[in-house]
Design a protein around this ligand. Structure first.
Ligand code: DAH
Length: 352
């Protein structure tokens, strides 16, 4: 019997050497110390032994039981440590890896510039009026005094929107923000047709032209239109307003000049230049050595346009202008290719 116990112990301890995980530990425990293990069978048979043998074998069996349990505990500890060491090794964190930067969104540079322009104009009393991007030929051109075959129409090739046969009044994407002048004047005039109220508004928004996309021309761009209509408004008001705007936008010392120009919807018409802020007027690549940068078109609202808007040109007068925020940004930051604006390259966009 004692030999048998020694064998049981030796076999159990031997097999414990190859136990390497939690499942094998449990299987070993059941096989070697469980209810139907060889060791437990020895206990079960103690009753059949003689009085003399019983305590000797009993003690020996108990010693084996204690030894096996101790061996199991020790092995369990070793298995646990091995598992921990393995997971530390495998799940090892490389704290020297550089972190991932978080990309924080920002407003598009055009939006930022639009907001700068509009906030200056707001301080000067111009309220924002948003007009539609899809227009009729009548409002985009005809009511702005572009007759049907006027050559100035060719300055603005258009995207037409399929809308059945509308004859001389097709639907198109607005080519400039000026049609908003007609919509605004008509809306204000309708409030009081006998005595239409004075108007002082800024009309921002996207414009579209059917053009070859190049570094200098895009098929879409923003404009900010300005319109002031009232009694006794003169060209001096136009100049005072736009010079003040230029000072607030480009600095109090920015010099400006007006040059005569032509637009069908204004008479007289002009273009305003600011002294080149890149070279200070000395002449450089940005201003093409002229020392001046053209920043907007303007003029006194043509009597026909006032009439079309519901404002009697004998009583009312007004001035208007149109300028491009993308153009201002290109000049300010020497951006040489207009395609960057809608190219969606974050390397460009995140610089603003
Ligand atoms: N609509 C013109 C354009 O797109 C810009 C412009 C010029 C607007 C003179 C005006 C203006 O209101 O008075 O080129």
């Amino acid at each position: 019997m004692l030999d048998k116990l020694n064998e049981i112990e030796k076999a159990a301890l031997d097999s414990l050497q190859s136990v390497n995980d939690q499942a094998a530990l449990e299987a070993w425990r059941v096989a070697n110390t469980g209810r139907s293990s060889p060791l437990m069978l020895v206990f079960a048979e103690l009753g059949k032994l003689s009085k003399e043998e019983r305590p000797v074998i009993g003690q020996a069996a108990n010693r084996v039981k204690v030894a096996l349990e101790a061996a199991l505990t020790e092995r369990a500890e070793a298995v646990k440590n091995a598992a921990l060491a393995k997971s530390l090794e495998e799940e090892h964190l490389d704290v020297t890896l550089p972190g991932r930067t978080r990309h924080i969104g920002r407003l598009h540079p055009s939006t930022q510039q639009l907001r700068r322009v509009l906030s200056i104009l707001a301080e000067m009393g111009f309220q924002v009026y948003t007009s539609r991007e899809v227009e009729t030929d009548e409002i985009n051109f005809q009511l702005l005094n572009f007759p049907p075959h006027h050559p100035a129409r060719e300055m603005q090739d258009s995207f037409y929107v399929e809308a059945g046969d509308r004859g001389d009044n097709p639907i198109l994407m607005r080519t400039h923000t000026s049609p908003g002048q007609i919509r605004a004047m008509r809306e204000f005039a309708a409030m009081n047709p006998e005595n239409p109220p004075a108007i002082r508004i800024a009309l921002p928004g996207m414009c579209f032209r059917y053009e070859q996309i190049t570094a200098r021309s895009e098929i879409q761009f923003n404009q900010v239109e300005g319109l002031a209509v009232g009694e006794n408004i003169t060209f001096a008001d136009l100049k005072g307003t736009l010079i003040e705007f230029a000072h607030r936008m480009f600095g109090q010392r920015a010099r400006t000049r007006f040059r005569a120009s032509y637009f069908p919807f204004t008479e007289p018409s002009a273009e305003m230049d600011v002294e080149c802020f890149v070279c200070g007027g000395k002449g450089c690549q940005v201003c093409k050595n002229s020392g001046w940068l053209e920043i907007l078109g303007c003029g006194m609202v043509h009597p026909v346009v006032l009439q079309n808007g519901g404002y009697d040109p004998k009583r009312y007068s007004g001035f208007a202008w149109g300028m491009g925020p993308e153009r201002q940004l290109m000049l300010r930051y020497k951006i040489e290719d207009i395609r960057y604006f809608w190219g969606n390259d974050v390397r460009f966009l995140e610089q603003f």
